[in-house]
Design a protein around this ligand. Structure first.
Ligand SMILES: [Zn+2]
Length: 292
């Protein structure tokens, strides 16, 4: 029985003929499902309602990673508080090293913003390696999707043509959706926003929105009344349209800030609970007030 279990754990790919993929955030799972289609089995570790900086390492993560042929993680420090320990405990030689084909660090394929000269977590800053929230931009997700397609072709060469075909379909859909999204973005261009956590710079740049401040004094350090009052003073002569925050942050201080600054609080999905298309449709709908 024990022997059968060991064989089962070591050869899930060959037994079921599907590539077992584990992603940290749901957005990479959505990309992998579209590109891998029927040849992949995809699971993700962080729920869209969970802060990916502070996810708890769970025994279920270890089980999933133990059986993976490919792990797709964000990198740039986003999961550094919990992923290294579960990866190590999963004892899976296919994915444990960043140099192996089964380990895809998404941050290596995007243009990182806010890279700091000196990396320092001591003051509570959770972005010491640069801003890791590039999954809030479809442009960066497209680049990661392209690398997922390449990896699947390498890991599972017998289905290479299928992955290529799925990638072409993905690319076409991306181009169509981008035209639609950019048309809506034109109408909100230049609006001023305040963010809760520094999760949105990739999205703001894509949509040409102007960030005037953040409720957190530093990324990962909760807002204080003192900081909020000083920010209110700083923006008092400006017309702020929106306060933007994720689903997993509390709304008490952000609501207060929105009221005082006569702006609108938008609680937006930084990660998807379905597909990446749904996520950006939902964000653009909330920002523009238009139904997509
Ligand atoms: Zn962050």
């Amino acid at each position: 029985m024990k022997k059968i279990l060991v064989i089962f754990l070591l050869s899930t790919f060959s037994l079921f003929g599907k590539v077992e993929v584990v992603t940290t955030i749901p957005d990479y799972a959505s990309l992998t499902k579209e590109i891998g289609g029927e040849h992949v089995n995809v699971q993700y570790l962080v729920q869209p309602t969970q802060d990916p900086h502070f996810a708890d390492p769970l025994p279920s993560h270890i089980v999933k990673l133990n059986q993976a042929d490919l792990v797709v993680h964000n990198g740039a420090g986003l999961e550094s508080g919990w992923l290294p320990s579960v990866l190590k405990q999963a004892r899976n030689s296919k994915i444990v090293s960043e140099h192996s084909i089964g380990n895809l660090n998404a941050s290596h394929y995007v243009t990182l913003k806010e890279i700091q000269k000196e990396s320092d977590r001591s003051a509570g800053d959770v972005h010491p390696e640069g801003n890791p929230h590039f999954y809030t931009s479809p442009i960066e997700l497209f680049k990661i999707g392209k690398e997922i397609s390449k990896r699947l072709q390498e890991i599972d060469p017998k289905n290479r043509e299928c992955y290529k075909k799925n990638w072409d379909i993905f690319e076409q859909k991306y181009n169509t959706k981008m035209v639609q999204w950019i048309k809506i973005a034109e109408k909100i261009k230049g609006k001023k926003v305040v963010v809760y956590h520094e999760s949105w710079i990739y999205l703001l740049e894509w949509l040409s929105l102007s960030k005037r401040g953040a409720l957190e004094p530093k990324p990962g350090v909760p807002p204080t009344t003192k900081h909020i009052l000083s920010l209110l003073k700083h923006i008092e002569s400006e017309e702020i349209s929106f306060v933007m925050q994720e689903l997993y942050h509390p709304t008490n201080l952000s609501s207060m800030f929105a009221k005082k600054s006569k702006s609108k609080l938008l609680v937006l999905p930084s990660m998807t609970d379905g597909s990446i298309w749904d996520k950006f449709d939902s964000i653009l709908e909330k920002l523009s007030g238009e139904k997509i």
